[in-house]
Design a protein around this ligand. Structure first.
Ligand code: COA
Length: 315
C-alpha cells in the first residue's frame, strides 16, 4: 500500500472566547478548579459561525497552504459528531461550497475524539483505490451546541473549532501505520442521537473516562512504535488528543518526552474532540516546529469508546 503525507494544514475557530471566569458566572465552578483539574483557561464557542463555516474556513486554508486546487481532491472525509445536519453530511456540504469534484466519495465519520485519525487511515485506503492523488480530511466540532449546562463536570471542558489537512498519496511513501480500536462501553461517554428519546446533550463519567484514557494513550504509543519498528527517540514530535492536560502530562512523564517534542493547546481551546489533533498539527506547522522530514506520532482517544494512533509525515 502507498502511504500518505500531509501537504498543508488549516484551521478555523470561532471568534468568541469563553473564559473560566465567564463559566463561573453560569455554573457553580471556579477558575482555580478548572485550571488545576484540566489545564483549560479558555475555549471558543460559536455565535455567528456554523459547523459548515468552520469546516470551510479550515479546508480553504489547508488547500491554499498545500497549493492544491479543489478539483484535484479525490476524497473528502469530515470527522465529527456535531455536524449542522445528518443529511446532507458536512463533507457533502463542503463538496458544494468548495467546488470539489462531483465523482468522489465525500462523507462524515463518527469516532468522537479519535475521528481525525480514523479519517486519515480511511483516506489512505481510499486514495490507494483512486486515480487522484489528494484528499481533504477535516476534524470539526460545535460541541457548545450539545453541552449540558446543568452538568458542571462536563460543561467546562468543551470548545468549538475545525482543523483540516490536505494529504497526498504517492508510490513508495510508507503507510502512516495506523493502529485503531474500539469498545462499545457507551455508558461512559454519550451523545444521544435523534432515536434515543432523550435530549441530545453530552454526558460523561469523567473519572472512569480519565482512567480509560491514561491506559489507552500508552497502549497506542507502544502499538505504533511496535508496528513501525521505531523507538521513542526516533519520534520527532508527539501529538496527543487534548482532553485534559493531566492525561498528556502522564504520558510525557512515562516516555520521558522532552518539552520540545510535545505540545499542549488545551489552555486555549479546551477539548474540541475531532478538531483537537488537527488544531495542534496546524499550529505546530505554522510555528515551524514540524514540517517535511518530521516524524510525528499522533494519539487519539474518546467516545465510543475509541482509540488510535499513527505516524504522520509532511510532504
Ligand atoms: N467545578 C467545581 N467542582 C466540580 C466541577 C466543576 N466544574 N466538576 C466537578 N466538580 C466536583 C465534583 O462534584 C466532585 O465533588 P465531590 O468530591 O464533592 O463529589 C469533585 O469536583 C471531583 O469530581 P470528579 O468528577 O471526581 O473530578 P475529576 O478529578 O475526575 O475531574 C474531569 C473531572 C472531567 C476533569 C476528569 O475526570 C477528566 O478530565 N476526565 C476525562 C475527560 C476526558 O478525557 N474526556 C473526553 C474523552 S475524549
Amino acid at each position: 500500500m502507498n502511504g500518505i503525507k500531509i501537504r498543508g494544514m488549516g484551521r478555523c475557530v470561532p471568534e468568541r472566547v469563553v473564559t473560566n471566569a465567564d463559566l463561573a458566572e453560569r455554573v457553580d465552578t471556579s477558575d482555580e478548579w478548572i485550571t488545576s483539574r484540566t489545564g483549560i483557561l479558555r475555549r471558543h464557542h460559536c455565535t455567528a459561525e456554523t459547523h459548515s463555516s468552520l469546516c470551510a474556513g479550515a479546508a480553504r486554508a489547508a488547500l491554499e497552504r498545500a497549493g492544491v486546487l479543489p478539483e484535484e481532491i479525490g476524497a473528502c472525509v469530515v470527522a465529527t459528531v456535531t455536524a449542522d445536519n445528518l443529511v446532507p453530511s458536512a463533507a457533502c456540504t463542503l463538496q458544494r461550497e468548495l467546488g470539489l469534484p462531483g465523482d468522489i466519495p465525500c462523507f462524515d465519520l463518527s469516532a468522537a475524539c479519535t475521528g481525525f485519525l480514523f479519517a486519515l487511515h480511511t483516506v489512505e485506503c481510499l486514495l490507494n483505490a483512486s486515480p487522484r492523488k489528494f484528499a481533504l480530511v477535516v476534524g470539526a466540532e460545535t460541541l457548545s451546541r450539545v453541552t449540558n449546562w446543568d452538568d458542571r463536570g462536563t460543561c467546562i471542558l468543551f470548545g468549538d473549532g475545525a482543523g483540516a489537512a490536505v494529504v497526498e498519496c504517492r508510490e513508495g511513501w510508507p503507510s502512516i501505520s495506523s493502529i485503531m480500536g474500539c469498545h462499545g462501553s457507551g455508558e461512559l461517554l454519550r451523545l444521544p442521537g435523534p432515536g434515543a428519546g432523550e435530549p441530545g446533550l453530552i454526558s460523561m463519567e469523567g473519572t472512569r473516562v480519565f482512567k480509560f484514557a491514561v491506559e489507552a494513550v500508552p497502549w497506542c504509543v507502544d502499538q505504533v512504535l511496535k508496528k513501525t519498528g521505531r523507538t521513542v527517540e526516533d519520534v520527532d514530535f508527539f501529538v496527543f488528543h487534548q482532553a485534559n492536560a493531566r492525561i498528556i502530562d502522564l504520558a510525557v512523564r512515562k516516555y520521558r518526552i522532552p518539552p520540545e517534542k510535545y505540545y499542549k493547546n488545551i489552555a486555549e481551546y479546551g477539548n474540541t474532540s475531532a478538531a483537537s489533533i488537527p488544531l495542534v498539527l496546524s499550529e505546530l506547522r505554522e510555528q515551524g516546529k514540524i514540517g517535511p522530514g518530521s516524524r510525528i506520532l499522533a494519539v487519539g482517544f474518546g467516545g465510543g469508546l475509541t482509540w488510535g494512533g499513527c505516524l504522520i509525515e509532511f510532504a
